[in-house]
Every structure is written in structure tokens, then in C-alpha cells.
Design a protein around this ligand. Structure first.
Ligand code: HEM
Length: 617
């Protein structure tokens, strides 16, 4: 996988005298002081020392070589944004530097790419320049985190971001024009204090202002400098969101739910901070960004990630894998190993691999023990639960298809294909559930004392909060609204379960089909008990006419078997619970095994069982 640095800057060796060109003062210009060295000036004010890496592709390539970087994605510097200038000047300036960026990239032996800049004070002009640049070969755009008083949730800026998504342009948000300059005149505080606050402000404005709700999922947007103060203060933001309606803004979900809508770069200069950032954002959301070749940039690009305590697969994601996604570069496997610095490898495009198809690196990142120091068996505890959840997902997938087939059968009672298909998929569900019953034995290799060593870390997490388990119950027909209360901390799960409560269940779809076939009649004024009896007798009638209803009997048998296996699952779970914590209370606050024993009487399809009693009448 290539190592890709998505945040670094360039300056052309020369450019026209902008002050003379536009007749306005304080434009940036470059003052070459000695070979390979220069100063950026703003009018007659010194701004920054720079060196040849800013404009000389060979210097840059040799330093990339030294640091083990395959690709750099260049952007201009925020002093060139010119958002407060007349639009015609800002647009002309943007074109000048955008074309200069591509000229530098052309000397980069395929290893230099560029993000353009746009005059964001005029949305039409900004969209036009972005489209021009994308056609010319830019991979996206760098924008400031605000335009004067307008934050990133401003409707015009949202329109521009929408256009970026439509054009497939990656967006890098860079802080600029820092707040409260009069209170930060010294000590580089605009960089060390102002910039992180500006970036946090950009992200928070997008979340609370509802920008992410309006923008397509496909927008690829990244915030520089690790997202500024955002990740560190996310808890504070959520606390306000929960307790003060006014802090809700207009967004649809709690702030944390938007973490999968944006990336941040790795420019945080501290390995513990980087690990925290990856833990908060997810390792799939952090990318190598160096701020090279400026004095505050990372010296030894990528060394922070390489030297961090992240796993090898996470490092690979941060060093390049995530950037490939962000930039829309679908590349294959070859490239340098993350732990070593080797000559640059060629980037191969479009090669699907076992790992990339199955998302193995992401999957292997998802086991995050809570015990410290790590308790050996916590890994097993996590993996067993995750495996259950994956199978629950497949069960939901298949059972939804069973419901769809039964509904199709109800719509066309003569057809048999849907009935066979329902039976076939139900057979898969029973086989999966059989494995789920068996799987508890693996967890029983954990001594009760070993579980107790980390159990305290789990509270108040509990199996009660398994959204998918409850979804399965609701989908099959056991709809108990009271169970929703365990999902209040996770509004998305809560909403999904409410949807399941409203949707027709497997139980309902099955009996609707019998009704459509004319095999079930229920009087309007029938009591619950009479309805139940009518359903059980309808099943009985199917079994008594085996010759005509072989396919439906097969469905009944599979449903019965599934019901039976879920009870076996409940029983084995209770045995595991008693073997591990005896009759202690659960972390979810229930009485533990005595509560769970009450669930053993739950059946999805009690009429199928009743029919058996009736058969022997
Ligand atoms: C050491 C292992 C385990 C222990 C001690 C344990 C304990 C418990 C307890 C005490 C409850 C009752 C709710 C509460 O008060 O928290 C419960 C519920 C539950 N557990 Fe486990 N459990 C274990 C493993 C598992 C595994 C591997 C799964 C797999 C998904 C699982 C899934 C569930 C589910 C879905 C519920 C809710 C059941 C219902 O409401 O009917 N548990 N567990």
C-alpha cells in the first residue's frame, strides 16, 4: 500500500506581482534570500521562511524518498485564499496557483498530486473553478474553515460541498483567519491555540448546523491538524447535546453519530494523542498529513504514525489506505511496508485483494479490550460476541428475505417458487442458529475468575443492548416495546427497533399467506384466544393434507426447528451465565439467570406447537 501524505503545501518559485496586477496592497510575494531559501512576504510584512522543497520537485522527491513517502498531495497555503478580496481578483489568483500546482506535479514523476483552491466568497465561481480544476487533474480542493462570518454550515458553502461530492472532489479543510487576533498577538498562539479552535468550530458547525444531514454520504471531507480540538472535547459536546435542547442545533443525530462522515489528518505531534484520535475517530478516519515543508510540519514524515502503539494494520490504514479512499484513488497492494523505509513502489490501480474485499484490516481493528493491563481472555470475550453479532446480521438478512418471499406467496397463492425459497432460506437460518448454540462452549474455556478480572470494565454494557438480538425477536413476531428502554443511549438503534415494531413480522407474513390461500379464516369479532386457535387449526389442516401442502409443511417444519433452536440458544446462554457468574445480577441490572429462565417460555410460533397437540386429539 503506498504511503500518502494528504496535507502539505507548496509555493511556486515565482509568480506575478499581485499587488500591481490588482492594484490592491498586502498580497503575498516571494523574496528569495539565498539559493534554495526564501521568505514569504505579505506586502512589506515578513510572514514565513520557506525553502526549495516548496517549489522544487527534485528536492521534494528526495525528501519524500528519505522519509518513505510515495505520494504527496499538495495544496497552496491559506494566505492565498483571498476570500476577502473582490471576486475577480480572488478567482484570477486561484487559477494562477492552481495551474502552478499542476506544473509542479508534472515534474513529480507521478508522485505529486494537487488540491486546488477556490474563491469561496462566490459559490458559482467556486463551483466553476473546482470543475475546471478537476478536469485539469486536481484530486480535490483545499478550503478555509470559514468565509468571514460564515461557517461551514452556511447554505452557500453547503451548496459548494454538494458540488464537490458530485465532482468526486476530496475536500481538505484548513483553519485560517484565526479568531480573537487581538488576544493572541504573541508566541504563535494563533497557530497553537487559534487553529485548533477554528477547526473544531468548523466540524461542530457542520454537525450541529445540519450540513452533514443535507450533504450526500459520498462527500469525502477531511479536517487538518487532527481535527483541532474536536476529538478531545467530543464528550463535552455530547454532554451539552443531551442536556440542553438549545445545544442540539438542527442536526438529526447526536454528534458522535457523524464521526463516520469526515476524516482528520495525523498532524498532532504526539503519539498518545494520535492513538486517542484513532480510538475516537476510528482508524479508518485518520490519514497521514504532515504540514510539510513548513517549520511546524512533521520532520520525518510519517514517523509519528510508524512509531505509535497502533497495530501494523492500523498504521497501514493511516499511512495510505484511508487516503486512497479519501482521494478516490483505488489502488492495489504493492508499496512500502509500513515499518520500513524503502524506495518508492509503483502504485497499481484497481486490484481487488482478499483483504481489501473483505476489509480485513478494518475488521481486525475492531477488537479493543478495556482492561488495562490487558487481560488475556478479554480478546476471546470480544471476538465471541462479535461473531454472534455477525451471524445475527446474516440471520436478519435471511429472515427479511423469508418475509419478502412469504409476502410474494400471499400476493400470488398459486406460486410455489417463493414457498420453496422461503423454506430454503429458513434451513440456512436453522443451520446458523445451530452453530450459535454450539459456540458458547468456546467461551466456557474462560475460567470464572478470569472473567471477573475484567467484568467490572463492562458495566453498564449488557446483552440487553444487543440491538440485533432484539431485532430478531421483533422480526420473528415477539414484539415487546418495553425492551426499547435499553436502547435509549443509542438513538439509531432505538429508531431501527421502532421501525421493526411497526413492520410486519415473520409470524404475520406466514399467517397472511395462509389467509390469502384461503386456509385461514378469522371472524372480525374473534377474541385473541379464538384467533390463536384458528391459526393453530389452519396449520393442523396443512399437516392433515400432506399431499397438497408438502411445500408449506416444509416451511412449518423449518419455522418449528428455528423456534426450537432459539430456545436451545437461550438455555445454553443460561448455562454459560450460571457457569460464569452463578446467580449474580447481570451488568444490565436484571436478576441474572433467574430472569433469563423466564425467557425460556418465549416462542415465535406457538401455533405450530399447538397444532401438534391438536394432531393427537
Ligand atoms: C460470560 C459470558 C456471559 C455472561 C456472564 C452473560 C450474562 C448475561 C446476563 C446476566 C444477561 C441478563 C441481562 C443483564 O442483566 O445483563 C444477559 C443477557 C443477554 N446476553 Fe449474555 N452473557 C454472556 C455471554 C453472552 C454472549 C456470548 C452473547 C452472544 C450474543 C450474549 C447475549 C445476550 C443477550 C442477547 C441477552 C439478552 C437476552 C434477553 O433479553 O432475552 N451473552 N447475559
Amino acid at each position: 500500500m503506498p504511503v500518502i501524505d494528504i496535507h502539505n503545501h507548496f509555493f511556486p518559485r515565482t509568480w506575478p506581482d499581485l499587488a500591481a496586477r490588482y492594484g490592491t496592497p498586502n498580497w503575498p510575494w516571494i523574496k528569495h534570500t539565498e539559493p534554495g531559501r526564501a521568505e514569504i512576504m505579505l506586502g512589506d510584512r515578513f510572514f514565513r521562511n520557506i525553502y526549495a522543497a516548496c517549489w522544487d520537485a527534485d528536492v521534494r522527491l528526495s525528501e519524500m524518498e528519505r522519509d518513505g513517502v510515495d505520494i504527496q498531495v499538495l495544496s497552496a497555503t491559506p494566505v492565498l485564499f483571498a476570500y476577502d478580496r473582490p471576486i475577480e481578483h480572488a478567482l484570477d489568483c486561484a487559477k494562477l496557483f492552481n495551474d502552478a500546482a499542476l506544473e509542479l506535479c508534472a515534474q513529480g514523476k507521478g508522485r505529486l498530486k494537487a488540491l486546488c483552491q477556490v474563491p469561496l466568497q462566490d459559490i458559482d465561481a467556486a463551483c466553476g473553478e473546482l470543475s475546471r480544476c478537476m478536469r485539469a487533474g486536481h484530486l480535490g480542493v483545499q478550503i478555509g474553515n470559514h468565509v468571514g462570518e460564515k461557517n461551514l454550515d452556511d447554505p452557500g458553502i453547503v451548496t459548494f460541498l454538494h458540488h464537490c461530492a458530485d465532482e468526486g472532489a476530496a475536500v481538505l479543510v484548513h483553519p485560517w483567519d484565526m479568531l480573537a487576533p487581538q488576544r493572541m498577538p504573541n508566541y504563535m498562539m494563533p497557530w497553537t491555540v487559534g487553529m485548533p479552535a477554528e477547526t473544531q468550530l468548523g466540524i461542530v458547525a457542520m454537525i450541529l448546523g445540519g450540513a452533514f444531514d443535507k450533504l450526500p454520504q459520498g462527500l469525502r471531507i477531511c479536517f487538518a491538524h487532527g481535527g483541532g480540538s474536536f476529538a478531545f472535547l467530543l464528550g463535552r459536546l455530547e454532554n451539552a447535546w443531551r442536556h440542553h435542547p438549545v445545544a442540539h442545533g438542527v442536526c438529526e443525530l447526536p454528534p458522535r453519530q457523524y464521526l463516520n462522515r469526515f476524516y482528520v489528518d495525523s498532524a498532532v505531534f504526539d503519539s498518545r494523542t494520535l492513538e486517542f484520535l484513532a480510538g475516537t475517530m476510528g482508524t479508518e478516519r485518520v490519514m497521514l498529513g504532515s504540514d510539510y515543508p513548513f517549520p511546524l510540519g512533521e520532520h520525518g514524515i510519517g514517523s509519528l504514525i510508524r512509531g505509535s502503539g497502533l497495530s501494523q494494520s492500523a498504521k497501514a490504514q493511516l499511512l495510505g489506505g484511508n487516503a486512497e479512499e479519501f482521494l478516490g484513488l483505488k489502488t492495489g497492494t504493492s508499496g512500502r511496508e509500513v515499518s520500513e523505509v524503502t524506495p518508492p513502489a509503483e502504485v497499481h490501480h484497481d486490484q481487488l485483494t482478499y483483504s481489501s474485499y473483505l476489509r480485513v484490516p478494518e475488521l481486525l481493528q475492531l477488537q479493543q479490550p478495556q482492561s488495562s493491563p490487558n487481560h488475556h481472555d478479554e480478546m476471546l470475550f470480544i471476538i465471541v460476541h462479535q461473531t454472534y453479532e455477525l451471524w445475527f446480521k446474516e440471520l436478519l438478512h435471511d429472515l427479511d428475505a423469508v418475509v419478502a418471499n412469504l409476502r410474494a406467496a400471499a400476493a400470488n397463492p398459486q406460486a410455489h417458487d417463493e414457498v420453496y425459497e422461503a423454506a430454503r432460506l429458513l434451513r440456512r437460518c436453522t443451520e446458523i442458529t445451530r452453530v450459535l448454540v454450539e459456540q458458547f462452549t468456546i467461551l466456557e474455556t474462560m475460567l470464572p475468575t478470569h472473567f471477573l478480572a475484567f467484568r467490572g470494565k463492562l458495566e453498564p454494557a449488557s446483552g440487553f443492548q444487543s440491538e440485533q438480538f432484539r431485532e430478531l425477536e421483533f422480526l420473528c413476531g415477539l414484539k415487546d416495546e418495553k425492551m426499547l428502554r435499553y436502547h435509549r443511549p443509542t438513538p439509531e438503534a432505538h429508531a431501527q427497533l421502532e421501525r421493526r415494531l411497526r413492520e410486519p413480522s415473520l409470524h404475520q407474513a406466514f399467517f397472511d399467506a395462509l389467509r390469502a390461500m384461503g386456509r385461514l379464516q378469522i371472524a372480525e369479532d374473534a377474541t385473541e384466544r379464538q384467533q390463536f386457535d384458528a391459526r393453530a387449526r389452519a396449520v393442523l389442516a396443512l399437516y392433515r393434507d400432506e399431499h397438497s401442502y408438502r411445500d408449506w409443511i416444509d416451511v412449518c417444519e423449518r419455522l418449528t426447528e428455528f423456534d426450537e433452536l432459539v430456545v436451545s440458544w437461550r438455555l445454553r446462554h443460561i448455562q454459560l451465565v450460571e457457569r460464569t457468574i452463578g446467580v449474580r445480577m447481570g451488568t444490565g441490572g436484571s436478576a441474572g439467570s433467574s430472569y433469563l429462565k423466564l425467557t425460556l417460555d418465549k416462542k415465535f410460533f406457538p401455533e405450530l406447537w399447538e397444532a401438534r397437540t391438536l394432531l393427537t386429539e
